[in-house]
Design a protein around this ligand. Sequence first.
Ligand SMILES: NC(=O)c1ccc[n+]([C@@H]2O[C@H](COP(=O)([O-])OP(=O)(O)OC[C@H]3O[C@@H](n4cnc5c(N)ncnc54)[C@H](OP(=O)(O)O)[C@@H]3O)[C@@H](O)[C@H]2O)c1
Length: 287
Amino acid sequence: MTKLLTVFGATGVQGGSVIRAVLADPLGIEVEAADIDSRPSFAKAVKGTDTLFLVTLPNFVTGAAPGTEIKHGKHVADAAVAAGVQHLVFSSLINVTEASSGRLPLVAHFDRKANIEKYIRSQDIPATFIQPGYYMTNFTNLQLLRKGDDGSYTLAGPTNTNTAKLPLFYPDADMGKYFVAVARNPEELRGKQIRAAADYYTPAQIMAEFQEVTVKTGRYVQLDQDVYRSFIPPPIAQELLENELLCEDPGYFAGGSFAEGHELLAKVGLAPTTWKDFLRASKDTFA
Ligand SMILES: NC(=O)c1ccc[n+]([C@@H]2O[C@H](COP(=O)([O-])OP(=O)(O)OC[C@H]3O[C@@H](n4cnc5c(N)ncnc54)[C@H](OP(=O)(O)O)[C@@H]3O)[C@@H](O)[C@H]2O)c1
C-alpha cells in the first residue's frame, strides 16, 4: 500500500536526509513538501498524510521573532491532528533548563523543542521523538576544527577535554536512517524518545581519532568561558556556551544511552555513521 509522507525542512539537512533514505528504502512512500510559514499551505499538504516528519528551526537561524519556533511546531501538530495523520515524527531535544535544575537556563533552541514535544504529547496523535546528537558537520561546516598556518588542526571549546561527552551524529546520512527505522514501527514507538548518535566522544577522543584517520596533527584547546563567548555573535554567545557546557553536566542527553536507537537501526540492516567513518569520508576537507 502506498503511504503519503510529508517532510518539513525537506531542502535542509535533516529533512533532506529523510527524503534520501525514504527514496532508497522500499517503503513505498510518496514525498510532498510544505511551507511551514503558511498554515493554509501546510494544512493542504498534510491532508491525507500517513507519516509526517517535522524539524523546526531556532529563531537565531530564521531571524524570526521569539516564539516562532514553538508556534511553527504547534501549528503543524494541530494540522496533523486535524488531518488524522497516523504518525508524527518530531526532531526533538531535551529541556536543558529542567535537566540542569536551572543552572543552564538559556539553551532555548533545546528547551523550545522539548516544549513542542510536550505540546504534541498533549494532543491525540501517535508520535515519536527522534533526538539528534551533536552534528559532526559542526566541525567542518562551522569550521570548529581550524587549520593553522603550520598545517595542524585545533579544536577549541569551553569544556574539559576528558569529561565533556559529545554525542556525535552525522545528520545528512543518519537522520534518514533513524526515520526509516522509526516509521516502520509506529505502534511500538508511540511516545518514545529515540536518541540519535553514533556514540559519546570526549574532545580528547575526537582529536585522537582525527589524527589517526587524517594523519594530521590535531589538538584540543580548552578556552576560558569569556574567551569562548567573545568568538560568538553576542546575541547567541551565552546560549551556545551553555549548549557546550551541557555536554559536561548533566550531559547532552542527560546521560541517556543510544542502545534503543542502534537496535532499531540494526533491525532494518542499518548502522550509525561513526566519527571515524565521517572523517574517512571527509578526508578531502582536511587535505
Ligand atoms: N547543529 C547541531 O549540532 C544540532 C544538533 C541537534 C539539533 N539541531 C537542530 O537542527 C535544526 C536544524 O535542522 P537542519 O540542520 O535540517 O536545518 P537546515 O539544513 O538549515 O534546514 C532548514 C530547513 O528549514 C527550512 N526553513 C528555512 N527558513 C525557514 C523558516 N523561516 N521557516 C520555516 N522553515 C524554514 C529550510 O528551507 P529553505 O531551503 O526553503 O530555506 C530548510 O528546508 C535546528 O532546530 C537545530 O536546533 C542542530
